[in-house]
Design a protein around this ligand. Structure first.
Ligand SMILES: [Zn+2]
Length: 340
């Protein structure tokens, strides 16, 4: 602090006047340059990098775009890590920036109800849109899980959709398709098509990157299948119905969900039923999710005398960051601990 008799290290002390002028000019030039870059960015022209601007709603979709576009794209993820997409809506400033993108990638199926507004305000001019869930047969909420004690341990995968648990954010069905590595390959293909449509000059790169990423997803699928075959238990309790597609793919059985819809507190009766189901199915673990308050999961686990582990449907946090493949391997390890 100046004036307190503390001697600054020489690198922080002001230089003689001659050097100061030059540095002042360089600083000024940098500020002007930065201002221009910002103006260009806000005006919606190509980013200074010349990369294709892509907006994706959730972290995993952002990673897919990055894997397929690599150096050719600049990806903006609209829902920040740590937020639940069910409860979060991007700020107007984020929406404004997203509306500059050439490619917009979202899940659909009711996950991002605000996306329609973004698309309306942007208009279809020069925008390539990927709705990942489009054309995919969706599970209803409650299709993979059953809250009633009368339900047996088997026979859930073939059940017709049961809309009893549907919530306004999930009206179009269960949106968590990206957590099935086989459906993820389909999503990757759709993203590659969109990037090619927006930037046909780099078709070969997008196709090669997509094939490469799809091969990694297929390897992940084989790995999960192999490990799942060794599990002694098939039943689990999730925090919200985020792993329903995953469960269908690998023959797991979602005995119940703590929150039928994210952010909706379960009733005492529902909690009592869950604890009873945990005991009856010999379940060892209750799953919490980093985007949602784990308190209820902890209460249930304590009541039932089981452990709480974390399943992450979204990513963006250490140790895997925004890497989808690593996040899924983290989830696989948690499931392995719970079900083996
Ligand atoms: Zn969800």
């Amino acid at each position: 602090m100046p004036g307190h008799g503390v001697k600054q290290p020489s690198c922080l002390r002001p230089r003689p006047k001659t050097g100061f002028r030059l540095r002042g000019f360089i600083l000024y030039a940098c500020l002007v340059g930065l201002g221009l870059a910002l103006l260009i960015g806000l005006a919606g022209a190509a980013p200074p990098s010349g990369k294709l601007l892509v907006a994706a709603t959730i972290v995993p979709l952002g990673d897919f775009c990055h894997q397929i576009g690599r150096d050719l794209v600049q990806v903006q993820v609209l829902i920040p890590p740590g937020a639940s997409p069910h409860l979060f809506e991007p700020a107007p400033s984020v929406m404004a920036r997203a509306s500059q993108a050439r490619v917009f990638v979202y899940i659909g199926a009711g996950l991002e109800p605000w996306a329609a507004r973004l698309l309306r305000s942007r208009g279809s001019k020069n925008l390539v849109v990927v709705e990942a869930a489009q054309g995919m047969p969706l599970l209803g909420l409650g299709q993979q899980h059953h809250h009633h004690e009368a339900a047996g341990a088997q026979g859930h995968t073939g059940k017709p959709p049961d809309k009893a648990g549907a919530h306004e954010t999930h009206l179009a069905g269960n949106p968590h398709i990206w957590l099935d590595p086989v459906l993820a390959q389909e999503i990757a293909g759709k993203i590659a098509q969109a990037l090619i449509q927006a930037d046909p000059g780099h078709r070969a790169q997008y196709e090669a990157n997509c094939q490469d990423f799809q091969a990694k997803l297929a390897a992940l699928d084989r790995e999960i299948k192999q490990q799942a075959q060794t599990w002694r238990l098939r039943d689990y309790v999730s925090f919200h119905p985020s792993f329903s597609y995953f469960a269908r793919r690998y023959n797991l059985h979602e005995v119940g969900t703590i929150e039928a819809a994210p952010g909706r507190e379960p009733t005492p009766r529902h909690l009592k039923n869950l604890v009873a189901a945990i005991r009856r199915y010999g379940i060892k673990v209750v799953f919490a999710e980093p985007q949602l308050n784990p308190r209820v999961a902890e209460v249930i686990a304590q009541e039932a005398g089981v452990k709480v582990l974390r399943l992450d449907p979204m990513g963006g946090a250490p140790p895997y960051g925004s890497d989808y493949l690593q996040m899924m391997r983290y989830n696989l390890a948690a499931l392995d601990e719970a079900l083996r």
